[in-house]
Design a protein around this ligand. Sequence first.
Ligand SMILES: Cc1cc2nc3c(=O)[nH]c(=O)nc-3n(C[C@H](O)[C@H](O)[C@H](O)COP(=O)(O)O)c2cc1C
Length: 415
Amino acid sequence: MYMNLGADDVKRQVPRPSELRPLLQFEKPQLRSRDRRLARALTIEDLRRIAKRRTPRAAFDYTDGAADGEVSLARARRAFAEIEFNPRVLRDVSRVDTGRAVLGKRSALPFGIAPTGFTRMMQAEGEIAGATAASAAGIPFCLSTMGTTSIENVAATSPDGRNWFQLYLWKDRDASMALVDRAAAAGYDTLLVTVDVPVAGARLRDVRNGMTIPPTLTPRTIVDAVPRPAWWLNFLTTEPLAFASLSRWPGSVADLLDSMFDPTVTWDDLRWIRERWQGSLVIKGIQSVPDAVRAAELGVDAVLLSNHGGRQLDRAPVPFHLLPRVVNEVDCEVWLDTGIMSGQDVLAAIALGATFTLVGRAYLYGLMAGGRAGVDRSIDILRGQIERTMRLLGVTSLDELTPDHVSVLGSHPRN
Ligand SMILES: Cc1cc2nc3c(=O)[nH]c(=O)nc-3n(C[C@H](O)[C@H](O)[C@H](O)COP(=O)(O)O)c2cc1C
């Protein structure tokens, strides 16, 4: 028999507010547009897009760009995408521990904040935002020789943080070592010596943008400033840009870097630093197995496989590809940076044997998107991705991750 189930046969009632409420999924009103903006960013790439809108072109490009054709950076990022995770199932993953022992102390997450120069130019809160966000998250923060906040100021503003110092060996060795002594006096216990900088890489975007440090107001930068008033307001109303370690520089970025970097630095200099520095020593910018072995023999506590985020030698080895071979050959900790844009990237590196990782741009995009709150958001995004991916892989601690969890697709040598 035909039954009419049309609208006339449906029994209707007036909805009660208590029944409607759970169906209405409006966002809680958020007080600040910045918080709303950041909450909508679900990935580091989302933060990058916000950063690009809000930051003057020269400062954004200085951060986002790399050397020459930017091949090193693109390949490093692609290498992380070109893996397959091999999960295990039916394990209790209700609790996961993302902590990692690095140089004898626990970091709440398997990454720290990489040293970056000129950070207050990207957003006025600069290194203080990075150091305090890192401290709140229980992860290390590394201040650059080219930082825009002093060694002492970072230590005083983030006294509970684990602060590290990155050293460029200048032509003036005594001035470099004076910085190291200041870092030791301020309580920094780890020194990262960057060694992939005999000269500055060719950062073509900076040259094309006519970038200067600090940014200067020219007709072009003024036009660029109109849609980005917040950045300029912050820039013009906060302490003038100064460096952690050097005085104002009137020329171009390339000139500044070239005047600092010393092409005569050799292994003897590293030995000299090892003898003088009592704390942990990390060599940053290792890009081959023999150099990793040599550094380990010289007594460093960790080798950091890095091509400087693609900002120095273009078409450099991809650190992620180098990782398994170096892990096989050295006894000290092996760290990795360059190209990390997600928590999954971090876990892939840990699975292939890295003790620890550093993030550069992933932190700077957050900083440019929203100052300290933006850095918090970057760390939250990475943390969320790490926790979820650990669960999906069927592991509850980072030590359970092994090379078997990752297949590297493609044809480059793995072992
Ligand atoms: C804007 C910027 C500035 C940097 N400045 C320094 C620096 O002063 N000293 C240094 O050792 N490395 C510096 N680096 C390299 C980082 O420490 C790190 O090796 C790199 O950012 C890692 O790649 P990622 O950005 O893909 O994470 C800089 C990187 C960027 C993006």
